[in-house]
Design a protein around this ligand. Structure first.
Ligand SMILES: [Zn+2]
Length: 91
């Protein structure tokens, strides 16, 4: 069992526990719990040409006060962007 943080590019983040072996499988499970067939179906229904779902595993040794999505840097996935989970706070 591992815990993941999953967020969409619009900034809504959720914690999700899963035993799936790959991140793609975890996203499938996450979308199934949200009522979709799987991750690809969710993207299609939501009109996302490219998936806007982001996922990161929360490791046991991560400091609980540090944002799991950006590891405390406050930066988003791309240069010049702000982490959507912590809004750039890093925690
Ligand atoms: Zn962050």
């Amino acid at each position: 069992m591992a815990t993941y943080v999953i967020w969409q590019d619009n900034g809504v983040s959720e914690y999700f526990d899963s035993e799936a072996e790959s991140l793609n499988d975890v996203l499938d499970e996450f979308c199934q719990e949200a009522g979709y067939v799987d991750h690809a179906d969710a993207c299609q229904v939501l009109g996302q040409v490219e998936s806007q779902f982001n996922i990161k595993e929360i490791l046991d040794n991560d400091d609980p006060g540090i944002c799991p999505a950006c590891s405390g840097s406050g930066e988003g996935e791309f240069d010049g962007t702000t982490c959507p989970v912590c809004k750039g706070l890093g925690e």
